[in-house]
Design a protein around this ligand. Structure first.
Ligand SMILES: [Zn+2]
Length: 258
């Protein structure tokens, strides 16, 4: 047998899928190595001690062996299990969403320590926040900023003039906001209320501790969510699975909030 080189890293598990009879293919995000696809051999056998450490959104210490295809997980130990997220269906749905979104916005082996920190912090905040939707909007905007896909919220994307505190227009195709002169009647440009634009700007520049005090009306939150969801779908050119799951799950639990 050839000698295998081994190494270790911390990682957050983004997703896993079954492979063959007993293996799993695990996608993780690491602080230094970016996103990696790895294989865990034999984890679906009942005697495997690795299995419980490789669930999605677990923060794990991995010991790996280099291989010709996917590197092989030889050992896995949980560092942070984020247990409160596993005990609450709503929080868990958002944790899956954060992992799915980060996965969608990253390429393999593209080192991005800030994105690791963002995901780790977001999962921590998600454990205790009383406003899951607000935490998700902050995560989306932070992810868009760090990956270079933040929409332009300050100047008209056509004429470059600073946007005035009036009703402007959001254009997916232009990746940002159009002033009334360039947005009105434009195909694909949707009206954007000044209050919604203010919230989007605020969420994009403030730290989490600042925004966690924000209280938004359900209508305002829906508008902010709508702009970001459409933008993300446009950038990725596809729909993600977990927002659909969240939409089905969460409203049934917050009836009466409008
Ligand atoms: Zn303009």
């Amino acid at each position: 047998m050839r000698r295998q080189r081994s190494y270790s890293t911390r990682a957050i598990v983004l997703k896993s899928r079954e492979q063959g009879e007993a293996d799993k293919v695990i996608t993780v995000f690491t602080p230094q190595l970016g996103k990696r696809v790895l294989v865990a051999r034999g984890v679906r056998k009942s005697a495997s001690r690795k299995a419980g450490h490789l669930e999605p959104f677990t923060h794990v210490a991995l010991y790996l062996a280099k291989a010709r295809g996917w590197d092989i997980i030889t050992q896995a130990e949980t560092v942070t299990s984020f247990r409160p997220l596993r005990q609450d269906l709503d929080r868990m749905a958002y944790a899956f969403y954060f992992c799915e979104l980060l996965d969608a916005f990253t390429q393999e082996e593209d080192s991005h320590p800030d994105l690791f920190s963002l995901l780790f912090s977001a999962l921590e905040y998600l454990q205790t926040t009383d406003d899951l939707a607000l935490t998700a909007r902050w995560f989306e905007l932070s992810l868009l900023r760090l990956s270079g896909y933040l929409p332009q919220f300050y100047q008209c994307v056509e004429c470059g003039e600073a946007l005035q505190p009036v009703s402007n227009y959001f254009s997916l195709e232009h990746g940002g906001v159009l002033c009334p002169a360039h947005g009105e009647g434009r195909k694909g440009a949707e009206p954007l209320a000044v209050g919604t634009l203010k919230v989007l700007r605020y969420l994009q520049i403030q730290s989490y501790s600042q925004i966690s005090n924000l209280r938004l009306s359900p209508a305002r939150m829906r508008q902010v969510q709508g702009v970001l969801a459409e933008h993300i779908r446009y950038v990725l050119e596809r729909r993600l699975k977990s927002p659909y799951f969240i939409a089905r799950l969460v409203p049934t639990r917050s009836k009466g909030n409008g």
